[in-house]
Design a binder for this molecule. Sequence first.
Ligand code: UDP
Length: 162
Amino acid sequence: WDRSKATLPDARERTLIAVKPDGVQRRLVGRIIQRFEQRGFKLVGLKMMTASEDLLSEHYRELRTKPFFHSLQSYMTSGPVVVMVWEGHNVVQTSRTMVGPTNPTVAQAGTVRGDFSIHVSRNVVHASDSLEGAQREIQLWFEAKDLLDWDCCDQMSTSEDA
Ligand code: UDP
């Protein structure tokens, strides 16, 4: 096992995935984690918490002026969320594909939202939508010390090695 060979720079890309309160209430946490594991991504951070209004307001700062913002904020703070950081090649873009579009009405079967949701206001999961967004959100939800840098035995099998 030669770690220097196995770790290309883009294999270290990270994104923030959250199972929203409806997903936790509906016992979907395990199935959502399983999808990311089986795809080949590596879990590097995980916690369960009830988010504060301030945290949500910062997380969704670009949506503050939208008419649905206050209901979004109260839904997202209504119960625990499971927040995760996943790592791997193109994880930001691939996660968005796995999660599906914001509105479940147009989400394909096979995506998380297409399989588990019917309404935009209860769409089960969050996934960062860009590299910059992912970096911002990871810093917002996690302290650096809570993100683990660990060697994954199948890394060479899931990403091209150097
Ligand atoms: N949302 C909503 N009503 C809308 C649009 C969005 O309740 O008409 C909620 C929904 O939970 C969505 C979140 O606001 O996931 C954030 O919206 P965004 O456009 O950032 O979508 P996402 O990145 O989650 O797909």
